[in-house]
Design a protein around this ligand. Structure first.
Ligand SMILES: Nc1ncnc2c1ncn2[C@@H]1O[C@H](COP(=O)(O)OP(=O)(O)O)[C@@H](O)[C@H]1O
Ligand SMILES: [Mg+2]
Length: 234
């Protein structure tokens, strides 16, 4: 555990307005995730897993507490700094892959680079490299509908790491997959962790926890436990 922290949350909270009601999605959550580790967020539906990932991704802002992501104080930084962090340094993987159907896998993978103005040749090279890292060499020209669900999810992971992004957030990345394919996707994420990528994912599937270095259990927006996967103190 000599790695520096990629993410440090200190007493973070998030509420949402629902008409006149407020829903507390996260309450007083504190945790520190070392760079180059794979953390699984688990807990029942509605426990705050997606909200925590969205806060780390800069898609939502915390209401209270301090949140540092890759050295950025995201609770305090302005919209431009937050957008740059989200666009240039963080990759997000959704349960349903969310690839654009009219683009090839390689075109999908290079989208985040095109969004920040990376020259086309450089973006294409980076997309090819990212696809090779997740086992998709040779499938660059295929469309999403022409590959399996597991291959689509690999492409979504390639899009999340393209351009040497070092933080990958994945919301239920195996939720749409059969158990064998889901296990292969966990292997891909664990391999990226071995290469130094920091991975934070949410999962309902207990089988996925065996791939994690750290397991955070959420319940009703509160952190119930935060431990190494084997149960030793982190
Ligand atoms: N945009 C939103 N508007 C209102 N309530 C929300 C919103 N996002 C999440 N919530 C609420 O916050 C709580 C946590 O949700 P979520 O983070 O999606 O949990 P999980 O991913 O663990 O299922 C739930 O009660 C949910 O209804
Ligand atoms: Mg969720």
């Amino acid at each position: 555990m000599v790695n520096s922290a990629a993410i440090v949350a200190t007493g973070i909270g998030k509420t949402f307005a629902m008409g006149k009601q407020t829903v507390t999605a996260l309450r007083d959550v504190s945790l520190s995730l070392p760079a180059g580790t794979l953390t699984a967020l688990t807990g029942p539906s509605g426990s705050g897993k997606s909200t925590l990932l969205h806060l780390i991704a800069g898609l939502e802002r915390v209401d209270s507490g301090n949140l540092n992501v890759l050295g950025h104080q995201v609770h305090a930084c302005g919209p431009a700094e937050l957008a740059a962090l989200r666009l240039r340094e963080i990759g997000f993987v959704h349960q349903d892959f969310s690839l654009l159907a009219d683009l090839t896998l390689a075109e999908n993978v290079r989208l985040p680079l095109e969004a920040v103005g990376t020259p086309r040749g450089e973006a294409a090279k980076a997309a090819t490299e990212a696809m090779a890292r997740v086992g998709l060499k040779g499938l660059e020209g295929r469309f999403p509908a022409e590959v399996s669900g597991g291959q689509q999810q690999r492409a979504a992971i390639a899009r999340a790491i393209v351009g040497d992004r070092t933080l990958v957030l994945a919301d239920e990345p195996t939720g749409s997959l059969d158990s064998k394919t889901g296990s292969e996707i966990m292997d891909v994420l664990a391999q990226l962790r071995d290469e130094g990528v920091t991975v934070v994912l949410s999962t309902h599937n207990p089988a996925n926890l065996s791939h994690a270095d750290l397991v955070a259990v959420l319940h009703d927006g509160a952190l119930l436990s935060f431990d190494t996967a084997g149960g030793d103190a982190a």
